[in-house]
Design a protein around this ligand. Sequence first.
Ligand SMILES: [Zn+2]
Length: 390
Amino acid sequence: MLDAIAGIGLDRGTGGYRRYAWTDADMELREWFVAEAGARGMDVVEDGNGNQLAWWGSGGDALLLGSHLDSVPDGGAFDGPLGVTSSFAALDRLRAGGVTRTRPIVVANFADEEGARFGIACAGSQLATGALTPDRALALKDRDGLTMAEALSARGRDPQALGRSDWLDDVGAFVELHVEQGRHLVHTGDAVGVATAIWPHGRWRLDFRGAADHAGATRMEDRHDPMSAYAATVLAARRLATDADARATFGRLEVAPGGTNAIPSRVRAWLDARAETEDELERLVDGIVDAAREAATADATEVEPVAESVSPAVTFDVPLRDRLATLLDAPVLPTGAGHDAGVLSPHLPTAMLFVRNPTGVSHSPAEHADAADCEAGVDALARVVETLAT
Ligand SMILES: [Zn+2]
């Protein structure tokens, strides 16, 4: 199945995937999902938020599986798709063995998990639970200035249909399999692990404002160059996150007016920050903003921080986690990455399985999982489904 979608949204230059919400690549993946479900006799329902759910059986207390098919810019082949394909493969294995299902089983493809286009991660699941309001989502804009409402309309979806999804009431548990984004499993020597928690994390936009001027005619001491404060902030973020054993990343930048021979008038930078606890995260971001303000003041420029999305700490359902760890004889580990499972976990018992990633690299074309480990992931998920739903 991974081979079948390997060409979709692939950038031949970088070798990475660009599968953003509601783009051609996303639409092709959605069609693939419908076809795979159909081939298994599963009924696909797309909720008002674009989440696709393939049902085997109907009714309440369903066991939900799946993950997402979209990607970050130049993402890898496994982050998301491994969970969706493994879910179908696990069901194939159980059905070939002739098991009797005791509750409905659903495979999901959650919409816009990475937030690569509109800036808010897990938009599909957050809309489904009500964590993200339709008004806020519809007004989000992509880099071309297109709103989510316009993007939905362009694909024949009704923007007015966004909002809390009824299927949540029919789901009794969610198990998301995902490639590990880190190297815990390399260190423990296991192919599969069970998640304990997701670190609190968020995205902040920092607008550094100064005065545009000529790169040649303006003396260094006369400049109000916001790039300097930005640069100091990047270094401070690195130092503060290292000291706190947390994470801080500036991975996206817009410079205005954007001329090689012009001092910028504005540098807009996005900070992704994560830490083990919410207090530590708050301290980290406060420290970075303080450093930004201090650097800006020194250059007589300004900086304004805006929190775009902040996700609280998630501790997965402990009885379910322990049950799966015992069943699979698998280690438990935390993660610094956000997932739809984290969004759903306040609403129902939720667990995650991680599949070993030899380099730990993710959100990059270098992301990898060995075929044998992917098979082990399918085995593990099949055993979980067998235990919870047959
Ligand atoms: Zn993912």
